[in-house]
Design a protein around this ligand. Structure first.
Ligand SMILES: Cc1ncc(COP(=O)(O)O)c(C=O)c1O
Length: 301
């Protein structure tokens, strides 16, 4: 990670190296924080953040799930984000808002602890830098709504994802794939999952997944192209027999899947619909698609 000049920390722009916390910070011990992952892209009108407000609204949802009161409004955080990009003068990259319980006391109850809020950004290339990925079904099941608020981006929830990523590290697989508690495909450690069957785009329903903003965007793009989109349970065998499979996510964008547990999907090449969605997504995020969506927040110079 290449440091940028500033991090927005509790309402102020502080130098990158000074945005530090005490080692007894509560969230560092128990994972009780909430975060977002957002991308901004270089467009003809300068840097623009993709679906900023939707991401910040999801941050607020995650905070509510953990009963954290963010001391800033959604407008404040959106403004701070675009200002930060302007201050750091980078044209394209990743944004990480994080809200967490600070230093004060340990013990699980976070009541009355200071709430710390930061936003950092940096230039960040592709998260899965491969033309296609080979995935392995994880031995860990995805966190379920019975054990946590599974559709919130709570820091501690991500230990589940870290374990799955560690499982494929050093193997020939590029990424893991989670099943849900009932044994159907849920999603990747940081990506939503899709299949294409007879030109119908299918993705697992909400419940045991993080309802991704890229997932929502890709469903909208597919519908806009006249494709049928469905949310249905997907057992592994159904995905392995599909014409195409792909991942979506802010960090990963749209990534074709070549194989699941060594079973090649289709002819092992990126599928036609996956490719089309990849291209349309890239056009949308970089302001090259005629769209009434208002998804781009431009950074004022
Ligand atoms: C577990 C998980 N699933 C899916 C996604 C994709 O969500 P989004 O498209 O909003 O980035 C992410 C990334 O935030 C994630 O962490």
């Amino acid at each position: 990670m290449e440091p940028t000049e500033k991090i927005w920390f509790n309402g102020k722009f502080v130098n990158w190296q000074d945005a530090t916390v005490h080692s007894l910070t509560h969230s560092l011990h128990y994972g009780g924080g909430v975060f977002e992952g957002i991308r901004f892209y270089n467009t003809e009108r300068g840097p623009a953040v993709f679906r900023l407000r939707d991401h910040i609204k999801r941050l607020a949802y995650s905070a509510e799930a953990l009963q954290v009161e963010i001391p800033y409004s959604i407008d404040d955080l959106c403004r701070a984000t675009t200002e930060l990009i302007a201050v750091n003068q980078i044209s394209e990259g990743y944004i990480r808002p994080l809200v967490f319980f600070g230093y004060g006391r340990l013990g699980l109850n976070p009541q009355d602890l200071p709430v710390e809020t930061l936003i950092a950004c940096w230039a960040w290339g592709r998260y899965l830098p491969y033309e296609m990925v080979d995935v392995k079904v994880s031995k860990y099941r995805r966190i379920s709504p019975d054990t946590t608020v599974a559709d919130a981006k709570i820091c501690g929830n991500y230990v589940n994802s870290i374990l799955a990523v560690l499982e494929v590290r050093g193997t020939s697989y590029h990424e893991a794939l989670f099943l849900d508690a009932s044994g159907n495909i849920a999603e990747g450690p940081g990506e939503n999952f899709f299949i294409v069957e007879n030109r119908t785009v299918v993705t697992p329903p909400e419940g045991a997944i993080l309802p991704g903003i890229t997932r929502d965007t890709v469903m909208e793009l597919a519908r806009g192209e006249g494709l049928k989109v469905m949310e249905e349970k997907i057992p592994v065998e159904r995905a392995q027999a599909a014409d195409e499979c792909f991942f979506t996510g802010t960090a990963a964008e749209v990534v074709p899947i070549r194989s699941i547990d060594d079973k090649t999907i289709g002819d092992g090449k990126p599928g036609e619909i996956t490719r089309m969605l990849q291209v349309e997504y890239k056009k949308l995020v970089t302001g090259k698609l005629d769209s009434e969506s208002n998804y781009l927040s431009y950074v004022k110079k």
